[in-house]
Design a protein around this ligand. Structure first.
Ligand code: BG6
Length: 468
């Protein structure tokens, strides 16, 4: 007997996510100011794969009309992008009319193409002039972000229904301040937590501004505000010790619970704050902060899911700077890897996330706001027509959608799915190394778009809601 295919609810939406800094290009045109990606590209292009810096994105500002049509043709009804802070405001915090005009035009063209736009306000794109005033380590920048959100809500409030304060607020603390991966490449656990704390305040001030603008009628009455984070369900060894479980508690506490508590309870998890304090990490808490954080409760959540985290008890409880170290990586012998990106492929993690929410945050509605697979040297696998042949992309998305379908059947309030990067785009310092798209971007042919083989499968699923 043929195996029963799983399905997704009829009102479950399927779309795609992208971001301003990874697609728009025109980095220094139309009054756009430098952000940290531009600065890093100028200071050290060798840090970027094949020396491709931030400047071009995937040429979206030139190609958006054809891209929107393509999205629709491939069966999608909505997509997410981000407004670039460095394009919308000038150095004095005033609206840049050319930047505002671009986003108005994009939203108008999207509506005309029949696509709802989900708008995110910050996607790792700190304006450089604000970084020079302290970046997320500074309260002044937290205030500047709050001002930026207020301008954006009021400027586009009648056009946009789905708003998000941040994409993956855990990533900048980790990549820029803790792991030394992204500019300015620091290794400082304490500064990373300061950044994380300040971003939490910034998020909460953004939500408060949204509520105020909505109450005044400057934002549509049916609009919703959310946050998007990359959640990494956290696992340890079989038969773990107490210390292994403790490593799970703190790892998940910092990466997952911190944000889930903030957006559902308007507070940060006390056990995590206590452990940080015991470890000597001082957060820059001021009187009145608890009231600010209390305003951070959102209407729904975006969950970016790529891979789980596996940890074990740390060999040493302090790092080389004397700061606390709560967990070591645990290499699971059975892990299936995407070798191009070095990320484990584990669809069950998405099911587990859904069950965790259903149990611990039962009122919370959410959607998969990013999920995808980036593959190196994809251009080498082509059929006779020159189409990229990418069965692994179908396998990846199918297995994750099946996990979502099972989670929904078991009580998860998951409302939709966005694939990361329908059309290949610029991936930070990896540039165009790993391709995510269902549509290829040919860098040797003026960023030309060409659907890959997998695009046919996507269209079938997006239009039928049956997981083929
Ligand atoms: C998410 C980000 O972390 O993953 C995207 O929101 C990013 O901006 C995507 O591009 C894929 O990761 P990467 O590093 O391979 O581009």
């Amino acid at each position: 007997m043929a195996e029963q295919k799983l399905a997704l609810p009829k009102d479950f939406f399927i779309g795609s996510a992208l971001s301003g800094p990874q697609t728009e290009g025109e980095w220094n045109k139309g009054g756009k100011l430098e952000n940290l990606w531009d600065t890093w590209s100028m200071e050290n292009l060798d840090d970027f794969y094949n020396r491709v810096g931030s400047y071009g994105g995937n040429d979206f500002m030139a190609k958006y009309k054809e891209d929107l049509v393509l999205m629709k043709e491939l069966g999608l009804d909505n997509y997410r992008t981000s407004i670039q802070w460095s394009r919308l405001l000038d150095e004095n915090g005033n609206l840049n009319p050319e930047g505002a005009a671009w986003y108005h035009e994009l939203f108008r063209a999207s509506a005309k193409a029949g696509l709802d736009v989900f708008v995110n306000l910050y996607h790792f794109d700190m304006p450089t002039y604000l970084f020079r005033r302290g970046g997320w380590e500074s309260r002044e920048v937290v205030e500047a972000y709050a001002h930026y959100t207020d301008v954006a809500f009021r400027e586009f409030g009648s056009e946009i229904k789905y708003w998000f304060t941040f994409n993956e607020p855990i990533v900048e603390p980790e990549q820029r301040y803790q792991e030394g991966v992204w500019y300015p490449k620091l290794h400082d656990y304490g500064r990373a937590r300061t950044v994380q704390y300040h971003i939490s305040l910034a998020h909460s001030l953004g939500v408060a501004n949204f509520r105020a603008a909505q109450a005044e009628g400057a934002v549509r009455a049916d609009a919703k505000i959310g946050m998007i984070n990359c959640f990494t369900p956290t696992y340890t060894k079989e038969n773990p010790s107490e210390a292994d479980l403790e490593a799970v508690r703190m790892t998940s506490g910092i990466n997952n619970r911190w944000w889930l508590d903030l957006i559902t309870k308007g507070a940060l998890p006390q056990d995590v704050l206590d452990s940080l304090k015991e470890g000597g990490v001082r957060l820059p808490v001021r009187a009145g902060d608890a009231e600010i954080l209390a305003q951070g409760v959102v209407d729904w959540l975006g969950c970016n899911y790529y891979h789980p985290t596996r940890v074990q008890a740390p060999a040493s409880k302090v790092d080389q700077y004397g700061l606390p170290h709560f967990a070591d990586e645990y290499v699971w012998p059975d892990a299936v890897m995407n070798e191009s990106r070095g990320w484990e492929i584990y669809p069950e993690g998405l099911y587990d996330f859904g069950m965790d929410c259903a149990k611990n945050y039962p009122e919370l509605e959410w959607f998969v706001s990013e999920n995808g697979i980036g593959i190196m040297d994809e251009y080498k696998n082509r059929d006779e027509q020159g189409r990229v042949i990418d069965p692994y992309r179908v396998d990846f998305v199918r297995s994750h959608l099946e996990a979502v379908s099972r989670a929904i059947a078991d009580g998860a309030k998951c409302r939709g799915y966005h694939y990361w990067g329908l059309i290949d785009n610029w991936s930070w310092s990896n540039a165009f190394k790993n391709r995510y798209g269902f549509v290829e971007v040919d860098l040797m042919d003026g960023y030309k778009r060409r659907p890959k083989q997998s695009a046919e499968w996507l269209t079938k699923v997006a239009t039928s809601h049956v997981i083929e």
